[in-house]
Design a protein around this ligand. Structure first.
Ligand code: SF4
Length: 184
């Protein structure tokens, strides 16, 4: 079975990729959600992810909490709207680390749970993943997890198992304007 690195942005978004891919791939999940604000929210989301991974018996690694790196990268883009340049930088920041971890751990392909969210830009994620794949020599799988009711199924999964589901995307800018990111 091919070893697949699944970059994980949060437990709820990872749930359906786990269920849908586990029969086809040997999944190694990589939690990397480095810019969540405030820090207490970061740990709350990480605990929710661990709960999902342990429930589904998925092996996982945890990346670092690095809000300072994020703030440096998005200077000048802070007030861009959702799916704008700030978010593109944020996707790249996370995915660059994910592809490195995929290579370090001998995976033969990689993808991201960001692809399940209707609040993310699938085409932009695909372009970033494809470019990183070429640079690092490991195929990126542009899997549209949002299809086949992926997002609604993840909401139902969290309700069924009592998994914490956040109300805003994650960075301080999205936390300041949560109504734009409201998902339930
Ligand atoms: S809104 Fe979400 S995707 Fe966009 S920069 Fe903030 S955390 Fe990243």
């Amino acid at each position: 079975m091919q070893k697949l690195l699944l970059h994980v942005c949060c437990g709820p978004d990872a749930s359906i990729p786990f269920l849908d891919l586990r029969d086809q791939y040997d999944i190694l999940a990589f939690w990397y959600d480095p810019n969540i604000h405030p820090e207490a929210e970061y740990w709350k989301r990480l605990r929710a992810f661990r709960e999902v991974a342990e429930r589904e018996n998925i092996t996982f690694l945890e990346g670092a909490y690095e809000p300072d790196v994020f703030f440096r990268l998005v200077q000048g883009h802070e007030h861009e709207p959702e799916k704008g340049s700030r978010c593109t930088i944020c996707y790249s920041f996370r995915m660059k680390r994910a592809v490195e971890v995929a290579v370090e751990n001998g995976c033969s392909a990689w993808t991201t749970s960001l692809n399940i969210s209707p609040h993310k830009n699938f085409e932009t994620l695909t372009a970033i993943g494809t470019a990183l794949a070429a640079q690092h020599g490991i195929p990126y799988l542009a899997i549209p997890f949002f299809k086949k009711n992926g997002f609604a199924r993840s909401v139902a999964y969290c309700k069924e198992y009592g998994i914490y589901r956040q109300k805003y995307c994650g960075c301080v800018y999205s936390e300041t304007y949560p109504e734009k990111f409201q998902i339930s």
